[in-house]
Design a binder for this molecule. Structure first.
Ligand code: NAD
Length: 344
């Protein structure tokens, strides 16, 4: 029997691009998603790109019985990439229990099952939020984890600790936490991309929605930060590069190449761009003029974060290949496609 990779949250933004990367590398994929922040149409997008329709199970991972039932049905899972989580920082402040349950109970149920297997390989979606405002830039994996600013950020810190503690006593379980910087962009075909529900929390969907006329104006939160142009700096990584990194990390675990059964890697480009630089890049690559205003600083925003990529480069042999312009161009192509399909 061919071994399969389980991708939880595989119809979401990063998950769907990773499913495509896995299929293109010859893996068989089964997706679990409860469609709480995605659409079943994403499956069609994946099929159009790869000519393969992965198996799909509409399961809510908070339902422990269903999780167990899944593993009884699928006995040949060789690896799990766990994207499923809630990710809106503001919502996590208003509804912390939803976040602790959805981001941690689901992780525990998966690990309980995987730790019983003879050989289990697990990739976890973590975030650079674990570093808060780091004392030095670029941020390496050895930078201290700072007290979380939100329940969402806390779930990533606790999630990493849960995995680390479990790996200590279950050598059969091999795991990697990937700390993403700021994922943006879409598949170049525009068949899949980011589908924010309601008001986007992140800069790039806000930019594309403003450019297409769904929003009147973009707010730049603060221009008095101690940076070159006063606006915040982030490390924007193309989702296609990010997806590829998951396949590389999973292979490392499955081929038993890792020295330790738990490790952490940053996934970023290593380059920081300010909000104004992103706006300029968008205008340059798309030829669209953006209406924006400078607004008050937003609570909880840090000044600057970008990744030290040495560990991912040297240990995983992975580096980002696509630049900011390419990412913004793909995000714009995707926005136009989504808006067209909404009109029809
Ligand atoms: P997303 O919301 O697009 O995808 C998550 C998917 O998981 C969705 O399809 C949703 O329906 C599904 N899901 C949520 N709860 C579920 C449950 N209980 N059972 C089954 N399915 C469930 O998010 P994304 O941007 O693709 O992020 C993926 C992961 O990466 C998340 O863990 C997120 O916290 C993490 N992350 C994202 C970013 C980012 O900026 N996008 C940055 C750092 C880390």
């Amino acid at each position: 029997m061919k071994s399969k990779i389980l991708v939880t949250g595989g119809l979401g933004f990063i998950g769907s691009h990773t499913v495509v990367a896995l299929i293109e590398q010859g893996y068989e994929v089964v997706i679990i998603d409860n469609l709480s922040n995605s659409s079943i149409n994403v499956l069609g997008g994946i099929t159009k790109i790869t000519q393969v329709t992965p198996e799909f199970e509409n399961i809510d991972l908070r339902n422990k019985e269903e999780v167990l039932g899944f593993f009884e049905k699928h006995t040949n899972i060789a690896g799990v990439i766990h994207f499923a989580a809630s990710k809106a920082v503001g919502e996590s402040v208003e509804n912390p229990l939803l976040y602790y349950e959805n981001n941690l109970a689901t992780l525990i149920y998966l690990l309980q099952r995987l730790s019983e297997k003879e050989d289990a390989n697990f990739i976890f979606s973590s975030s650079c939020t674990v570093y808060g405002q780091a004392d030095t830039l670029p941020i390496s994996e050895s930078a201290p984890v700072k007290k979380a600013e939100s329940p969402y950020g806390n779930t990533k810190q606790i999630g990493e600790e849960i995995i680390k503690d479990t790996c200590k006593v279950h050598p059969n379980l091999k795991a990697i936490s990937l700390r993403y910087f700021n994922p943006i962009g879409a598949h170049p075909s525009a068949e899949i991309g980011e589908l924010p529900i309601g008001t986007p929390q992140n800069l790039v969907p806000f930019i594309t929605q403003t450019a297409i006329g769904k929003r009147e104006q973009l707010s730049v939160f603060g221009n008095d930060y101690p940076t070159n142009d006063g606006t915040c700096i982030r490390d924007y990584i193309h989702v296609m590069d990010l997806a590829r990194a998951h396949v590389v990390a999973l292979k490392r675990l499955m081929n038993n190449e890792a020295e330790s059964n738990y490790d952490v890697f940053n996934l970023g480009t290593g380059k920081g761009n300010s909000v104004l630089e992103v706006i300029q890049s968008f205008e340059r690559t798309t030829g669209k003029k953006l209406s924006y205003k400078i607004a008050e600083r937003r609570e909880g925003d840090i000044t600057a974060a970008y990744a030290d990529t040495i560990k991912a480069n040297s240990v995983l042999g992975w580096r980002s290949e696509k630049d900011l312009d390419e990412a913004l161009e793909s995000a714009w192509k995707w926005e136009k496609k989504v808006t067209d399909s909404e009109k029809n």
